[in-house]
Design a protein around this ligand. Structure first.
Ligand code: FE2
Length: 472
């Protein structure tokens, strides 16, 4: 059984291909079309996926007619009608079920609670499921317009950022704000997990003038209220299911500051590295397969080939303190985890400004560290692994690596071991031997607001345009 999973018609179209429980390909449409958050797939990504195998079945991540009815009856943004690229029978799965399947079937769990929180599926916005063996069963649902994701997105839009795209910037702003200033006001918009002031899809229209500092204070208050409601919801999920292992999916699972708190409630946590809608092409394919699929790696996209240039990276890091690398298969998920990355010396306090200039980002934006797994707990307050940069934790030696510590003293950590990425592990090991520091700055290889670089043509264009070499 070779299944082509498809997700499109809202932000973050993607394609996945699985064969007998093995993932052959999983990639993002935007990396091929160069349209950030592209709504639709394109010929290039379909051809890339089909170069691995010709599918026998197609799985789609939503129920189009159900979504259409919601758009007609309740409104909201988005299209509903997919353009299926190959003439094969299509099996359609509900939006939240695709999220749940993407998480549970890639996990190592056989008995877990699955929580899905996003802006909106067809109607569902918050669901709790139980995964037992091969079965996934719905236990609780909450419908539009009450929505964790729409709450967060509406405030993202209020401060002038793009909803459904720049929530991660809004989250980063929270560290610069005073949460108490607007806490009561923001809490009144979302007083209980199943109660909200109004339909956030329409935006927040009753706030009034917002100054520059207000934006940071609002971000801090929104993050605080979100965390409070999230913890209530997660405790409820544990209580009603009795499960101690959590699978968390949906766009809300990208909130790395809040994710860390999940370890206080559950014994083990799995967040598939692509928990938003872009991960649901894999979810739909897994749902049709109906069993666990083998999760080995997030490096599942376009293949540049090549050996990881360990020695060149080290030479350039010592000389220039910053290096760009594009090698092997692209990451499936929003984070660059070494194959489409800019790596830099985290000890230099000026490197943050330098990399922000290269990427043309706001200067307040923080950068994340990658650390050798065996040293993670000496440098960061964590007793779990974080191979996909999903958790923000306190940095224990901020004075030694100032360029990867956020204003609030936390870092969004990527831990690395030899099995996950022998090349990147080799770079970190050599760097550690030379400097005594097992940490590097790791950020995505792209310019602000543009998709990550994908193929050889992208690399050539970048090198010409920015006169900045990329090792590959
Ligand atoms: Fe979703």
């Amino acid at each position: 059984m070779i299944i082509l999973g498809i997700n499109e018609t809202s932000h973050d179209a993607s394609v996945s291909l699985i064969k007998d429980g093995q993932i052959l390909f999983a990639g993002h449409a935007e990396r091929y079309s160069k349209q950030k958050n592209d709504w639709y797939n394109n010929d290039k990504i379909i051809i890339d996926a089909l170069s691995y195998a010709i599918p026998t079945h197609i799985a789609y991540y939503e129920k189009p007619q159900l979504k259409r009815s919601r758009l007609i009856l309740k409104g909201g943004a988005g299209d509903w009608k997919p353009k299926i690229p190959i003439s094969l029978p299509v099996k359609y799965f509900k939006h939240h079920y695709s999220h749940a399947a993407a998480g549970y079937y890639t996990s190592s769990f056989n008995d877990a609670v699955i929580v899905v929180l996003d802006s909106i599926g067809e109607y569902n916005t918050s669901t709790i499921w139980v995964g037992e063996g091969n079965k996934i069963k719905l236990k609780y649902k909450q419908n539009y317009p009450v929505s964790f994701g729409l709450f967060y997105s509406a405030f993202t839009q209020l401060v002038g950022l793009k909803p459904n795209e720049e929530e991660y910037i809004f989250m980063g702003m929270a560290a610069y704000g005073d949460a108490n200033k607007y806490y009561n006001k923001v809490r009144d918009y979302f007083p209980e997990h199943n109660k909200q002031k109004y339909n956030f899809h329409k935006g927040i229209t009753d706030w009034g003038w917002v100054t520059e500092q207000d934006k940071f204070d609002i971000a801090a208050a929104v993050q605080k209220v979100y965390e409070l409601r999230l913890m209530e919801f997660m405790k409820m999920a544990r209580t009603i299911t009795g499960k101690t292992e959590l699978v968390f999916m949906g766009g809300c699972a990208l909130n790395c500051s809040a994710n860390t708190m999940l370890w206080d409630i559950f014994d083990d946590v799995w967040i598939m590295p692509n928990p938003g809608d872009a991960g649901s092409s894999l979810g739909a394919a897994a749902a049709l397969y109906g069993k666990h699929i083998e999760w080995k790696t997030p490096y599942l996209g376009h293949n540049l080939g090549g050996e990881y240039p360990i020695n060149e990276i080290i030479t350039n890091l010592i000389r220039d303190k910053v290096v760009a690398v594009a090698s092997g298969r692209a990451e499936y998920g929003p984070r660059a985890l070494g194959n489409r990355s800019i790596l830099a010396d985290p000890r230099d306090p000026d490197i943050k400004d330098k990399v922000n200039l290269i990427k043309q980002r706001e200067m307040f934006r923080p950068f994340a560290p990658v650390v050798l797994e065996e040293y993670a707990d000496k440098w960061f307050d964590m007793d779990f692994d974080s191979p996909y940069m999903q958790y923000a934790v306190k940095c224990l030696q901020p004075e030694k690596i100032p360029s990867v510590v956020h204003k609030d003293g936390t870092s969004r950590v990527q831990t690395i071991n030899k099995n996950q990425h022998p090349g990147l592990y080799g770079v970190l090991s050599n760097w550690h031997a030379l400097t005594g520091v097992p940490v590097l700055l790791n950020t995505s290889l792209n310019i602000k607001g543009q998709p990550l670089l994908n193929d050889k043509l992208d690399i050539e264009k970048w090198q010409k345009q920015y006169n900045f070499p990329i090792l590959s």
